[in-house]
Write a protein that binds this ligand. Structure first.
Ligand SMILES: [Mg+2]
Length: 366
C-alpha cells in the first residue's frame, strides 16, 4: 500500500507540473484554498490545482499532497468554478435542489475488509446453480462489449438491451423467488459508505429528493436498504428495474421498460415505476416526476464518468458533479478531475459530500 501511495503521489506531481502550469497564479488573485477546504470535513484534505507555486511547494513540503493515512483525499481541478456553483446553489436554496446518485460503488463501498464489494446485480444467487452459471456466461460475453470503444453507442445500446433482456428472462425461467433475494443480500459482501445515512437524513430534513439510478434491480437495492440500514427514506426514489412476483413470491415479470447502463438517466423516470408503491410521498416528492423538472440545481454522485449521463434528459441550470475514484487512480485521475467538479479518491466515506450538501442548503434559506 505504501508503495502504491508513493507512486500515486509522484503521478499527481507530474500531472500538476506538466498539464496544469497555467493554473498556477498568485493566490490572492485567484482563490484561497482554505475556503474550499470547508467543503470537506476536518479529516479530509483538499488538494487544488490552482494554488500558487509557492503555496504548492509549501503544501508539498508539508506533505499536504493528496496522500494521507487516515482521512479522505479530494481533488478539485477548478476550485473557482466549484465555489461559483456552490454560491449559486445556496442562493437558489434547497427547493431548487435534487440529488442524483448512482448506487454501486457510489453509495456502496468498493472494498469491504480487503475484498471487492459486490454489486446489486452481482450478489444475486437465484438458488439455481444452472441459471447462475447461464447468467455468468452472459456476463462474460457482454461485459467486454460494454467497454469496447470500437462499438458505436447506438449499437452498444442494442447489445446492452439484449444482455439485460436475456438476463431478466433467465431470472424468470430459473424461478427466482423473493426469498432468494433476501438470502442473497444477507450473504452478500455489500455495505454502504460511512455517511450515507447522514446524507440521506439531512436531505430528507430539507425535503430534497434523491434519485438513485441503477441499471441493476430495484428490488435488490431496496432489500439492501432494508437489511443494511434497517430503514427507508421518504425522499429517496430508486429508479431501476422492478420485478413482479406472484402470490408465492416467485418472479413472473418485470415492470416497465428495461433500464440498462446506457439509458440510466432521467428519461428512465418515465419508464420506471415508483420505488415503494405503498409509500405516500411528501409534497409530491416521490410520485410525481414533474418535481425533478422544477429542481434545476443538481448534485450528481457517481463512480464512473458515464454516470454523468444520469442528468441527461433534465434541463438543469447548474450541476455539481462528485466522482468517487475508487481504484486505478494513476490511470484515471486525469480524466476524472476533468469530468467531475470534485473527485474523492481511494474509496473514501460520504462525509465530504455530507459537508458539501450542508453548504448547498444553508439553514437560513431552508
Ligand atoms: Mg457505480
Amino acid at each position: 500500500m505504501g508503495t502504491y501511495h508513493y507512486y500515486y503521489r509522484l503521478h499527481i506531481t507530474r500531472i500538476l507540473w506538466t498539464t496544469l502550469p497555467h493554473l498556477f497564479v498568485p493566490l490572492s488573485h485567484h482563490f484561497n484554498p482554505t475556503t474550499t477546504i470547508s467543503i470537506s470535513s476536518r479529516r479530509h484534505r483538499l488538494w487544488c490545482s490552482s494554488c500558487s507555486i509557492t503555496e504548492w511547494k509549501r503544501k508539498q513540503s508539508m506533505e499536504h499532497v493528496v496522500v494521507n493515512d487516515g482521512g479522505s483525499e479530494v481533488v478539485v481541478a477548478d476550485p473557482q468554478s466549484l465555489l461559483h456553483k456552490i454560491s449559486s446553489f445556496r442562493l437558489a436554496g434547497p427547493k431548487k435542489l435534487q440529488v442524483i446518485a448512482d448506487f454501486d460503488a457510489t453509495l456502496t463501498r468498493y472494498w469491504i475488509d480487503g475484498r471487492r464489494g459486490q454489486s446489486s446485480h452481482g450478489l444475486l444467487q437465484q438458488g439455481n446453480p444452472e441459471y447462475d452459471e447461464k447468467r455468468q456466461k452472459l456476463f462474460e460475453y457482454y461485459h467486454p462489449l460494454e467497454f469496447d470503444p470500437t462499438i458505436p453507442l447506438d449499437q452498444k445500446a442494442i447489445l446492452m438491451e439484449e444482455w439485460w433482456g436475456k438476463t431478466h428472462a433467465l431470472l424468470i425461467e430459473g424461478g427466482l423467488t423473493y426469498e432468494a433475494i433476501e438470502e442473497s443480500v444477507a450473504k452478500a459482501n455489500i455495505a454502504f459508505r460511512e455517511g450515507v445515512v447522514e446524507l440521506f437524513e439531512f436531505l430528507e430534513e430539507k425535503d430534497v429528493p434523491v434519485l438513485v439510478f441503477s441499471a441493476g434491480l430495484a428490488d435488490i437495492i431496496e432489500e439492501v436498504f432494508r437489511q443494511k440500514l434497517h430503514r427507508s427514506f421518504k425522499n429517496v426514489r430508486i429508479v431501476s428495474n422492478r420485478m413482479i412476483f406472484d402470490q408465492n413470491g416467485q418472479l413472473v415479470a418485470f415492470k416497465g421498460k428495461t433500464i440498462h447502463v446506457l439509458n440510466k438517466n432521467e428519461h428512465a423516470l418515465d419508464m420506471a415505476t415508483p420505488v415503494h408503491d405503498q409509500t405516500n410521498d411528501i409534497n409530491g416528492l416521490v410520485e410525481d416526476n414533474s418535481f425533478v423538472k422544477k429542481r434545476t440545481n443538481v448534485l450528481l454522485l457517481g463512480d464512473h464518468i458515464g454516470d454523468l449521463g444520469m442528468s441527461d434528459g433534465l434541463n438543469y441550470e447548474t450541476r455539481i458533479s462528485v466522482g468517487f475514484l475508487n481504484d486505478n487512480i494513476e490511470n484515471s485521475l486525469e480524466s476524472y478531475q476533468k469530468a467531475f467538479d470534485v473527485v474523492y479518491l481511494n474509496d473514501t466515506s460520504m462525509q465530504g459530500v455530507v459537508k458539501l450538501a450542508s453548504q448547498l442548503c444553508p439553514t437560513e434559506s431552508a
